[in-house]
Design a protein around this ligand. Structure first.
Ligand SMILES: [Zn+2]
Length: 350
């Protein structure tokens, strides 16, 4: 579904994100043949996406946003190893958010690469196609269902955004959960870790005890877990199961999509679980104090980034999608009751 910019899910054509001083970084070698590259991302609080080079296999895991600065940064860093864009043969994507896959188009303008993703990425794109025509109406109805009718007039100004064709990633090869990939000197196991995105992939290198964690586990920020009224599913439930899945892997080094490299995987997983359980408790307390709708609840719980009142509408919508993921999770576990009154979803602590 085409939608306006979201944090971590940047608009596919954000030329306005380029600009500023050129960034030249030296690649960091993690283990022999595995290098970390920094692709800058201005006007996004995350600041950069990490791309990882598996040198012997001419393979990148993720890229960055589609800007000239991003491509320049990639080329600069490859050149420190005596490599160029034409040495890249394959790109494996952890998930289809633009800060991870956006730069692929520009790389492909320079050289032929094979794009590899989990099978689920194909399903997700098919669903985008199938729902594109009704994306505006679905989103409008969702805003009403979440108790945000006050915003509908503002929202209607963005109809054109929802009508334009959605960018599409051409996936050349798909891999399945549990599949083993031999990439030069590195052997990786594909782990389907739905939650932040339904198609999210982590890659485990058991020999070197490395996890390429994408945006599934980040060292400081909590990954955005959203849910929508026009989707069925349980993204937060999936996410917590996916956290469980990686917790006890033999991993000494986590290579995330943003922030910094870290080492305490199990500890970080526990922190994230605690965060979501605290969040669920906070939401239930808000319902007990009288909050009823998704927007009601969102306006009284605490947000790390900025207070609700100061959020722009699109940020509010993103925050509401996060609240709704928690409410759906609680509803599915009978900790919360959901009822529909006219067009509006109302929630109550069970
Ligand atoms: Zn990301």
């Amino acid at each position: 579904m085409g939608e306006p910019p979201r944090v971590g899910v940047v608009d596919p054509r954000p030329e306005h994100l380029s600009g500023g001083a050129p960034v030249t970084k030296t690649m960091r070698e993690i283990v022999d043949g595995v290098h970390q590259l920094e692709i800058p991302m201005r006007r996004n609080p995350l600041g950069k996406t990490f791309s990882y080079l598996l040198r012997d296999a001419g393979t990148l895991i993720d890229t960055g946003i589609p800007t000239k600065k991003g491509l320049d940064a990639l080329e600069d860093q490859l050149s420190t190893l005596g490599l160029g864009i034409s040495d890249i043969e394959k790109i494996i994507v952890t998930h289809m958010h633009t800060d991870h896959v956006g730069l692929i188009d520009r790389i492909q303008e320079k050289t032929a690469v094979t794009v590899v993703a989990l099978e689920e990425a194909v399903n997700v794109q098919r669903q985008w196609d199938e729902t594109r025509e009704t994306a505006y109406e679905d989103t409008r109805d969702e805003i009403a269902a979440w108790g945000g009718s006050d915003f509908l007039k503002l929202f209607s100004q963005y109809e054109h955004v929802f009508r334009r064709p959605r960018w599409k990633l051409e996936i050349d090869e798909t891999i399945t959960d549990g599949e083993r990939l031999r990439l030069g000197s590195v052997s990786l196991e594909a782990l389907w870790t739905p939650g932040h995105a339904r198609e999210h992939l982590c890659l485990h290198d058991a020999e070197n005890e490395i996890l390429f964690s994408g945006d599934h586990v980040l060292p400081k920020i909590t990954s955005h877990i959203s849910h929508h009224a026009y989707h069925v599913g349980d993204p937060l439930g999936n996410y917590l199961e996916s956290l469980d899945r990686v917790r006890d892997l033999p991993v000494k080094t986590v290579l995330p999509g943003h922030e910094w490299i870290f080492h305490e995987l199990a500890g970080r997983v526990s922190e994230l679980e605690d965060h979501h359980e605290r969040r669920c408790g906070e939401i239930i307390a808000a319902l007990k104090r009288g909050a009823r709708t998704v927007f009601d609840v969102s306006s009284v719980v605490s947000w790390d980034s900025q207070p609700w009142d100061r959020m722009a509408f699109w940020t509010k919508r993103m925050a509401a999608a996060e609240t709704y993921a928690h409410l759906a999770y609680l509803r599915n576990r009978e900790r919360v009751v959901e009822r529909r009154r006219d067009r509006v979803l109302e929630f109550e602590a069970a």
